[in-house]
Design a protein around this ligand. Structure first.
Ligand SMILES: [Zn+2]
Length: 207
């Protein structure tokens, strides 16, 4: 199954196999819906979707159990959900080796004190327990959700609606003409700046 197909599949399908999450009494249904405002390009979602950082946090916190329960069970949606989630995590944290390490340690059930020491040994920086915990609870789930949103946008504007892709005049990368990647500019033909947000932000940071 291709990456991000799962998320998309969510959007259409009926409520499915409930997953009992280990640390909570909530039953999560794979019932996410994602929609986009045709005029503003604004995305909204509800239910179980990786676009929601809270969902990503829940899956991370219950990863071992979910993985164990669904292992090799190809008829179970959880199996595909976990596979897609893993791909998403790899992609989201590719540029953040420290974050990836935290995920690995946390999933192994390592206590925060030990994580702190292990990180110090490998990366040479002593991060506070609070910082490590906030990465795990906030920053990392947010990064994963951000990546899920990128994937969904690309999918949506490729298969569901014909989107426009444009090349940033500074970095040369081809990106979707969407306000996530280019700021709006009313004086421009396509209503977007020719320089992508990332480049614009990098420039304003420098100044
Ligand atoms: Zn750029």
């Amino acid at each position: 199954m291709r990456k991000d197909q799962y998320i998309i599949k969510n959007a259409y399908r009926k409520p499915i196999v409930p997953i009992k999450l280990i640390h909570s009494k909530h039953i999560v249904k794979l019932d996410g819906t994602i929609s986009i405002d045709k005029n503003t390009g604004e995305i909204s979602y509800s239910g179980f979707t990786f676009l929601n950082p809270k969902v990503c946090e829940q899956v991370l916190c219950n990863y071992s159990r979910l993985k164990e329960d669904s292992w090799g069970n190809f008829e179970n949606d959880t199996w595909y959900m976990i596979n897609d989630f893993e791909n998403l995590v790899d992609k989201a944290l590719k540029k953040y080796p420290l974050y990836m390490r935290i995920v690995e340690y946390k999933i192994d059930g390592m206590p925060n004190n030990d994580i702190q020491m292990a990180l110090q040994q490998e990366f040479g920086i002593k991060h506070s327990i609070e910082y490590i915990s906030s990465l795990w609870r906030n920053k990392i789930p947010k990064l994963i959700a951000e990546t899920a949103e990128d994937d969904w946008l690309t999918y949506h504007y490729t298969f569901e609606e014909k989107g426009t892709f444009k090349r940033c005049s500074r970095c040369g990368k081809i990106k979707l003409a969407h306000n996530k990647y280019f700021s709006k500019n009313k004086t421009s033909k396509d209503n977007f700046y020719s320089i992508c947000k990332q480049c614009r932000n990098a420039k304003s940071k420098k100044n």
